[in-house]
Design a protein around this ligand. Structure first.
Ligand code: NAD
Length: 325
């Protein structure tokens, strides 16, 4: 069975997924849709048999697609997902689901009425270290978590515009929010602070905050804090989280997991490519017609979007936000 894939977006992450997919037997990249025909054709030329389009509907009308990848910035989400639900075409969405919950909420409603195979690019869930940690935490009582996404500001112009990207928590630290949800369950309250300290003085069009901190109270009673900044010079990135439990300090980064008990220190280094794993899970799920291989479905990722959006509201209202309200 050959799975025919269409992509939307001609940027870095369409390229990332396309390069992985072309290595898979039984997958063919047949179409790409970009913001201009020229960009789409230039992207398509890299892959044998791929055709370029500048109109999403024209692509769907002309091609018989088994699955679509949506690798577009946060503000471009919503209408395409609703169209795919209507056409019954499984889709993979790069995180985050949107700028706020407004567009994703409608997609979740549509999926409730008409379930479909969907996947969201919260790729860290597929790491061996995260799978191992998920099993390990059954025997540990986590007290407190500190998480972080510290780095520099991406160059693309949409990223520094709050209305287009939703800011760094929505765009990047969302990965840490999602991992904590995956490992610790749902939360009931968030309280966030954000500020502009540096980047808006360097570039006129910066409307996102460049430092932020989010406190979370989970339903289990665990409390956590996730801190982010995009003011650092290149090369000083710090991404990950530390869990403080009754028997160990557990440190996770995208590269490794370290478990310190005071007497022993165990280090686990990830060797598999989580992007390959998530793409393979999506292709397998298209074939089987069920979400069973997928660790982050659209509906599940929506709960992460609810949390990051509640953090945005918390910043605006200068107040904690109860997620049960
Ligand atoms: N999971 C990860 O590790 C990871 C890493 C990087 C990026 N991403 C996500 O992938 C998404 C895209 O990021 P990127 O780095 O590829 O950005 P990019 O700016 O390199 O590319 C975005 C592309 O989308 C196109 N686009 C915008 N609106 C469109 C529309 N309505 N129709 C068709 N094309 C449209 C742009 O022209 C551009 O080609 C972002 O949401 C980002 O957060 C995820």
């Amino acid at each position: 069975m050959t799975i025919k894939i269409g992509m939307v977006g001609t940027g870095g992450f369409s390229q990332k997924h396309a390069d992985i997919l072309m290595k898979m037997d039984q997958v063919r990249l047949v179409a790409v849709c970009g913001t201009s025909e020229e960009k789409a054709k230039r992207f398509a030329e890299q892959y044998d048999g791929m055709r370029g389009y500048s109109d999403f509907h024209a692509m769907l009308d002309a091609e018989k697609l088994d699955g679509v990848y949506l690798c577009v910035p946060p503000m471009a989400h919503g209408e395409m997902e609703l169209t795919l639900v209507k056409h019954r075409i499984p889709f993979f969405v790069e995180k985050p689901l949107g700028v706020t919950t407004a567009a994703p909420e409608k997609v979740v409603e549509a999926l409730e009425k008409a379930p479909l195979v969907t996947a969201v690019g919260y790729h860290f869930r597929y790491l061996e270290s995260i799978q191992y940690l998920k099993r390990l935490l059954k025997d540990h009582t986590v007290g407190l978590v500190t998480g972080r996404w510290m780095g520099s500001m991406p160059e693309v112009s949409w990223w520094r515009n709050q209305a287009l990207s939703g800011g760094q928590l929505n765009e990047q630290a969302t990965h840490i929010v999602d991992l904590l949800r995956y490992l610790l369950g749902e939360s009931e309250e968030v309280h966030a602070y954000e500020a502009q300290r540096v980047m808006n003085k360097r570039k006129e069009d910066v409307t996102v905050a460049d430092v932020g901190t989010l406190s979370i109270r989970f339903k289990s009673g665990v409390i956590a804090n996730i801190t982010n900044t995009c003011i650092l010079p290149e090369g000083l990135d710090e991404i990950g989280f530390t869990m403080y439990t009754d028997s160990a300090v557990i440190e996770w980064t995208p590269e490794s997991l370290t478990i310190k008990t005071g007497k022993t220190e165990k280090v686990m280094v990830d060797t598999q490519d989580p992007y390959y794993q998530e793409d393979e899970a999506f292709i397998q799920s298209i074939k089987s017609g069920s979400n069973e291989h997928i660790l982050s479905t659209y509906q599940n990722a929506y709960n992460t979007q609810l949390m990051t959006d509640a953090a945005r509201v918390s910043v605006e209202k200068h107040s904690p936000i109860n997620l049960n309200d």
